[in-house]
Design a protein around this ligand. Structure first.
Ligand SMILES: Cc1cc2nc3c(=O)[nH]c(=O)nc-3n(C[C@H](O)[C@H](O)[C@H](O)COP(=O)(O)O)c2cc1C
Length: 347
């Protein structure tokens, strides 16, 4: 683990995308030699949408787009790993450079544009897995698709049987028009199609939304989610907003993640908890860099949390630190376990 934490610093000498690709290669090569993580403290265990998570801290989508290293990432102590976004056909994504570190802001801007090897490659990788940790697959539509809803249905059919849950990503800012699927009518059609596609199976479906939604849009999404049979909501993807940023990359086009996203994404999470209560599972993601950040999301209503950007800056030792700090927060506030703290600060 120490090696990877030191490497996180060294990798910063490379361009962000090269560093990411090298990380995937290193993690893949080291996978067989990485020790199993220590068993998690029982107070961190969570049951959500029918799955038993050893701890609530997950790896967010975008790190392992092709499901190359979910088991290796699990060995860093994540309670679950979400792979993707996967589109039906392979896709090159946007021209490089398309990934920028905003070091002074503890943030990243990306406009990757769903670069991925397509659903056949992801399916091959998932089939070859040996590990048993919880893995979600995040699905999306090809940029040039004539029928985006069909793309999600295709992705679901190919990948749902190979994953523990499926995330429907309608919130990437880097595929033009994709976020339009968050509108009431289109979202209803999309979720209805997926509910039909999963008939006979109980595969949990989660919807991943943007943080850049006004109260009316949140009302509409909550109304659709309430009447659909999906199990959860992931809040949130990256933001197109540009709060006060110090880095010279601040004006790059794309989605902003990391520290500046913490407060706005938690505000949307809380707003969705207020609208939906406990009827669906909420997953909090955006700007988590320590245990207190994860705890804040849990108190706002999240049963599970995910992170990506802080890993770039702190390395994988962060996962164990977050779990320790989370336990300290629970003890300080007198909660017996994580479950008891969910939504305790939602009002
Ligand atoms: C480089 C990069 C690529 C990403 N790719 C995806 C993606 O393919 N699908 C997706 O749903 N989210 C993607 N995300 C968003 C993350 O899953 C997460 O929602 C967001 O980064 C906020 O979390 P963070 O602040 O902990 O990074 C990506 C984020 C980054 C930084």
């Amino acid at each position: 683990m120490c090696f990877f934490d030191s490497a996180a610093g060294l990798l910063r000498a490379l361009s962000a995308e090269r560093a990411h690709n090298l990380t995937l290669t290193l993690v893949g090569a080291a996978a067989p030699f990485l020790p199993r993580p220590a068993a998690d403290d029982r107070r961190l265990a969570i049951t959500a949408f029918g799955l038993d998570f050893p701890n609530p801290v997950g790896l967010a989508a975008g790190f392992d787009k092709n499901a190359q290293v979910p088991d290796a990432m699990g060995k860093f102590g994540f309670g679950f790993v979400e792979c993707g976004t996967v589109t039906p056909r392979p896709q090159a994504g946007n021209p490089q450079p398309r990934l920028f570190r905003l070091i002074e802001d503890g943030a990243v801007i990306n406009r990757m544009g769903f670069n991925n090897g397509g659903m056949q490659e992801a399916a091959r990788n998932l089939k070859a897995r040996r590990g048993r940790g919880i893995v979600g697959i995040n699905i999306g539509a090809n940029k040039d698709s004539a029928d985006r809803i069909s793309d999600y249905v295709l992705g679901f059919a190919a990948l749902a049987p190979l994953a523990d849950y499926v995330t429907v990503n309608v919130s990437s800012p880097n595929t033009p028009g994709l976020r339009g699927l968050q509108n009431r009518e289109e979202l209803t059609r999309l979720l209805d199609s997926l509910i039909t596609a999963r008939a006979g199976t109980k595969k949990p479906i989660l919807l991943k939304i943007a943080p850049d939604l006004d109260h009316h849009a949140l009302d509409e999404i909550a109304a659709v989610v309430r009447t659909s049979a999906i199990e959860g909501l992931i809040v949130s993807n990256t933001t197109i907003a540009r709060p006060m940023l110090k880095s010279s990359h601040a004006r790059e086009t794309g989605g902003l993640s990391g520290r500046p996203l913490l407060a706005p994404s938690t505000a949307v999470l809380r707003a969705m908890r207020q609208r939906l209560g406990k009827s669906v599972t909420l997953v909090g993601v955006g700007g988590i860099a320590c245990g207190a950040d994860a705890y804040e999301k849990i108190r706002a209503g999240a049963s599970l949390v995910q992170l990506y950007t802080a890993l770039v800056y702190q390395g994988p030792g962060l996962v164990a630190r977050i779990k320790q700090e989370l336990l300290a927060c629970l003890a300080r506030d007198g909660y017996a376990d994580v479950t008891a703290a969910i939504g305790s600060g939602a009002d």
